[in-house]
Design a binder for this molecule. Structure first.
Ligand SMILES: [Mn+2]
Length: 337
């Protein structure tokens, strides 16, 4: 897979000389948001550009080993906003990675919208808004990090890619396809993985760092959810867990601690949809996962003010735990399972 020569050439034109660059990603940055952004940042720095990386909210501790995370500018603090806005105002080029609409990055979206720099989107989610001057938007990619690799290859500059850049991109690639388990683990994903491993990435190191780093209380929280909270409906095809603020408080969860929990119900034969609801102070956050052709992207868009991919989407609800559960149970009748 490759991007059109015209698209890559236009990007190359924008990258001549020394540019002030800002890279922006989505809130609660995951492995792909951080990996693709930090890999792209390091690559641009190697080309001689001045690069800042802005995340709307802080990254989780368990991803802080990804090279370059300590350079992240977090928008969601008073001082952060000021500094980030100054960087955005001064930017010649603004890259938007792993999201495709300003609403996704909330208040930071307004600042990016106002900034006059040339905007480039690099993203693999469905239904992109057309706010960017240049759009690398392709849902056939499993990860934004995979796109970044192909863009670097398109620029014929993979020789600039060192082990650290390769590691960043591999994290994004591997986390977004569940370590090559999901149906988005395409031949191209494996080709890119091979190239990154060739650059020195150790797959076992990344897998250990991502998969086997729970605190005891986090694993016990998973155990609690699966034992006490998991409900199966629709003849065992739909699984869901609904957690209240009190329960979440009891386990003293840190940001990112519920990550991955939504995938566990698929261990049960026959489960086609899994949903995880967690009550936050101002809203209920929802994650949806599905198997095969079951489309939770449309489902999240229709009922829970969200979206994502066909098999992985998120959303929110503002009507409290009980009403949200009722709404969900009614809405799933519209799902084609
Ligand atoms: Mn992604």
């Amino acid at each position: 897979m490759a991007f059109s020569q015209t698209l890559v050439q236009e990007l190359a034109n924008q990258l001549t000389g020394t540019k002030q660059v800002v890279i922006v990603t989505h809130p609660q940055p995951d492995g792909d948001a951080l990996g693709s952004s930090l890999g792209w940042k390091k690559f641009l720095e190697k080309k001689g550009h001045q690069v800042s990386f802005i995340s709307p909210t802080d990254y989780t501790k368990n991803l802080s080993w990804i090279p370059g995370t300590d350079t992240t500018m977090v928008y969601d603090t008073d001082m952060g906003k000021k500094l980030c806005n100054a960087k955005l105002d001064a930017a010649d080029l603004i890259f938007c990675l792993d999201f495709n609409s300003f609403s996704r990055i909330e208040e930071l979206g307004e600042a990016v919208k106002k900034a006059t720099g040339y905007k480039v989107m690099i993203d693999h989610h469905q239904q992109p808004d057309s706010f960017a001057d240049l759009m690398f938007s392709d849902t056939s990619y499993c990860a934004t990090a995979e796109m970044v690799y192909d863009i670097v290859a398109g620029l014929s500059e993979t020789d600039l890619m060192d082990e650290e850049i390769a590691l960043c991109l591999y994290v994004g690639l591997a986390t977004d396809n569940g370590f090559f388990q999901f149906n988005n683990a395409t031949p191209n994903a494996f080709r890119v993985a091979a190239a990154l491993v060739q650059k020195g990435v150790k797959p076992d190191f990344v897998s250990e760092k991502i998969n086997n780093v729970f605190r005891e209380t986090r694993l016990r929280f998973f155990g609690y959810c699966l034992h006490e909270k998991l409900k199966l409906v629709k003849g065992g095809k739909v699984a869901y867990m609904m957690l209240t603020k009190e329960e979440i408080k009891k386990f003293n969860l840190q940001s990112g601690d519920s990550e991955g929990l939504v995938n566990y119900p698929f261990k049960i034969d026959g489960v086609m949809v899994s949903a995880y609801f967690s009550e936050e102070p101002d809203k209920i956050k929802v994650s949806f996962r599905s198997r095969g052709s079951v489309d939770v992207n449309t489902f999240a868009r229709t009922y829970f003010e969200g979206g994502g991919h066909r098999n992985a989407a998120g959303g929110k609800s503002l009507i409290g735990v009980e009403k949200t559960e009722k709404k969900f149970l009614k809405a799933i009748n519209d799902l084609k399972i």
